[in-house]
Write a protein that binds this ligand. Structure first.
Ligand SMILES: [Zn+2]
Length: 684
């Protein structure tokens, strides 16, 4: 059930016509200190735009003009720009740790992982050789039974998704325990819709995908003839799997992905895989019950495993081994994967520089080791204390809003408040760091490191099964510029990376900070009550605590936003899929309002004065809008319209302020102007 984690900002985009071409930048250098930019940036404004006509453009027009999308990015926004600076800062740390002689065990691991990744001469010399052990094992599978049995070790030890996945999950019905889960997978395109849509762009993408499969199979040693034939087979198998997969909108319903059963029951309904043997291969031999996210999908897997000729199944496995490994192999593999997944699907022009890919790799594999170094240098006790205080103030504002609702019954209110009071606030970094001592990292063996890291992570994940939930665990690394709410943990998580200027600015007064980071905190808290989150109780159990009437009333409120956001266009003639984005849209509207209330309360004893010609209320809203400034590539917008539960940046600002009378008052906007809706939607 990991898909339930709802992040604040994973993806943002703007009307593509406004995207600019980037000039060639000077080669980057490691940063020794994080650059400063203020949380309210006057140079980001476009004063030629009337804030009551287009508040997003008024707040971000200057930023958009000054910040074209760099050649190695799919989109460029305030968040990704800060993430890029974080990476540049981590680059310096890793270069130092790669060379230093007197290193701590943590510094040895991250330094050597980085150094091995930067050693492109060795990586290129090896070519396809690191793939050979896995490919040889697939070649040697003598019959169908051997192949099906091999799915177990493959899932346990080889990066990639082979038909379906096994992992651990918090039991939706009993959030105190961790169980094993079998989930749908096995697709090489970003979503099932890519296989099924009939428009010309989708047809074009499928052609490019076929060409990619063929190219990468040839790079791994298949003949041109076999590669072409295999590509068609793989596409056909994946299309069958796609048809049997739930849509992203269906996956927002947690009940649709909760089918707890015994291993005996699974074996009876899906007899093709020997599940006892499969679980034993994961080190989960004692598991007797588990969750199966998509039983109908598993039936299709059984059908494919039964009906496809052995050679076809081998071709499918081979491709998934190769494509998962491609970004960690020599240049031709890396370029092939980049050309399809980044250039074709997202419009990126250039492979990011090696240092950047290697920093990301270390963050991805050893995030809490690298995170320790990051936190020690960037995250002050003062920021932690101030943002914790802000979080509790926003929780109080939320409490007042819930208490005052005229449509919610006392019974539901009581449960809502119980849930709010149980939210665990996690700020900056974990209380206890992950232990990497058993992970071996070698300076001269990049691919080996990648495999060992993946193996270490899978072992760590499976070791949780059957044990009580560790509520201190984090799902994001400390340098990450993002935040999330997890409905099963009932916690909000703000990594140190997101609590920095310009998003949280310790040098600034409260107005823009509450508008920006405050609204993000409000956003995450509101996720606990969005269309998905509201189905979980204070302990994180999937359990209905709403009266029928209250649920109906609340769904109507969500529908108001669904109708509004469905009108916005992402790119071409593609509208926002507001059934997919409604959780995020609800979080934006509810979160911004409670951040505003909390700011008012926190500053009620102060005599706030205008600054730079803007009133305090105006500065709150400009601070709010300026987190979302962005430019994006058209191709990326097209992909996000399919896969991203977040609305584009302009809609996340204009679609929210139009519903807030506090905004209209602050800027003197009147009914009839674009930024004022005749009938506002309300969450609270
Ligand atoms: Zn969110």
């Amino acid at each position: 059930m990991r898909t339930l984690i709802t992040t604040v900002l994973a993806c943002m985009f703007a009307p593509p016509a406004l995207a600019q071409q980037a000039p060639t930048p000077a080669p980057a250098q490691p940063l020794t200190a994080m650059p400063y930019s203020p949380s309210l940036d006057l140079s980001s404004l476009d004063r030629g735009v009337d804030p009551c006509a287009d508040f997003y453009k008024f707040s971000c027009g200057g930023w958009m003009k000054n910040n074209p999308v760099p050649a190695d990015q799919a989109r460029w926004d305030v968040y990704s720009k800060l993430a890029n600076e974080n990476q540049q800062f981590l680059w310096g740390i890793l270069e130092e740790d790669a060379k230093a002689t007197n290193r701590t065990p943590t510094q040895q691991k991250i330094g050597d992982y980085f150094a091995a990744c930067m050693d492109t001469a060795s990586i290129n010399r090896l070519g396809a050789a690191p793939l050979q052990p896995a490919l040889k094992q697939i070649d040697a599978l003598a019959d169908r039974k051997a192949l099906i049995t091999y799915l177990g070790p493959l899932n346990r030890h080889t990066p990639g998704s082979f038909f379906f996945n096994a992992e651990s999950t918090q039991d939706p019905g009993d959030s105190s325990s961790v169980i094993a889960e079998i989930s749908a997978g096995g697709l090489g395109l970003p979503d099932r819709d890519y296989y099924l849509k009939t428009d010309s762009k989708s047809e074009e993408t499928r052609k490019a995908y076929l060409a990619y499969i063929e190219q990468i199979l040839k790079l791994a040693g298949r003949s041109a003839e076999s590669a072409q034939k295999d590509a068609a087979t793989i596409m056909r198998i994946e299309t069958e799997l796609a048809k049997a997969s739930l849509t992203r909108v269906e996956r927002r319903d947690p009940y649709k992905q909760y089918h707890k059963m015994t291993v005996a029951q699974l074996s009876a309904t899906n007899p093709v895989v020997d599940w006892k043997e499969y679980l034993r291969a994961q080190g989960l031999e004692s598991v007797t019950t588990l969750n199966v996210t998509q039983p109908a999908f598993q039936k299709e897997v059984d059908r494919v495993l039964t009906n496809e000729p052995l050679e076809n199944l081998k071709a499918y496995l081979r491709f998934h081994v190769i494509t998962a490994a491609a970004p960690s192999l020599s240049e031709p593999f890396e370029e092939a994967a980049f050309n399809f997944y980044s250039r074709h699907l997202r419009g990126v022009q250039q492979l990011p520089p090696r240092w950047k890919r290697c920093v990301r790799q270390v963050d991805h594999g050893l995030g809490e080791a690298l995170g320790q170094e990051f936190v020690a240098r960037t995250f002050s006790a003062e920021t932690k204390q101030k943002t914790l205080l802000m979080t509790s103030q926003i929780e109080q504002a939320m409490q007042s809003e819930i208490e005052q609702l005229d449509w919610m019954s006392p019974a539901t209110k009581q449960e809502a408040l119980r849930k709010l009071h149980a939210v665990h606030n996690k700020i900056g970094y974990p209380d206890k760091w992950r232990d990497y001592s058993k992970l071996e990292v070698q300076q001269k063996d990049y691919f080996g490191n990648v495999l060992r890291v993946a193996d270490f992570e899978t072992a760590r994940d499976f070791s949780k099964v059957g044990k009580p939930v560790d509520r201190n665990e984090w799902g994001m690394t400390p340098p990450t510029v993002n935040a999330y709410y997890d409905p099963q943990m009932n916690d909000v998580n703000f990594p140190a990376g997101v609590l920095q200027p310009p998003l949280y600015d310790p040098k600034s007064d409260d107005a823009p900070n509450y508008g920006d980071t405050g609204a993000t905190i409000g956003h995450e808290l509101t996720h606990g009550f969005d269309d998905e989150g509201r189905q979980f109780d204070a302990q994180g159990n999937l359990k209905d605590w709403w009266t029928k009437d209250d649920a109906k009333n609340f769904e109507e409120r969500i529908n108001c936003l669904r109708d509004q956001f469905a009108e916005y266009i992402v790119v071409d003639d593609i509208h926002i899929n507001s059934k997919l984005t409604s959780g995020e849209d609800v979080a934006d509207l509810g979160g911004t309002l409670i951040a505003y209330m909390a700011w008012k309360k926190a500053t009620e004893a102060q005599r706030l004065m205008p600054v730079d010609g803007f009133t305090p209320d105006q500065r709150f809203f400009i601070g709010f809008a300026q987190w979302a400034c962005e430019n994006t590539r058209e191709a990326n917008s097209r992909m996000q319209a399919t896969v991203d539960p977040h609305s584009p940046g302009f809609a996340r600002i204009n679609g929210i302020v139009t519903n807030l009378p506090e905004f209209a008052t602050a800027f003197g906007c009147k009914v009839g102007q674009p930024m004022v809706k005749a009938k506002a939607c309300k969450v609270w």
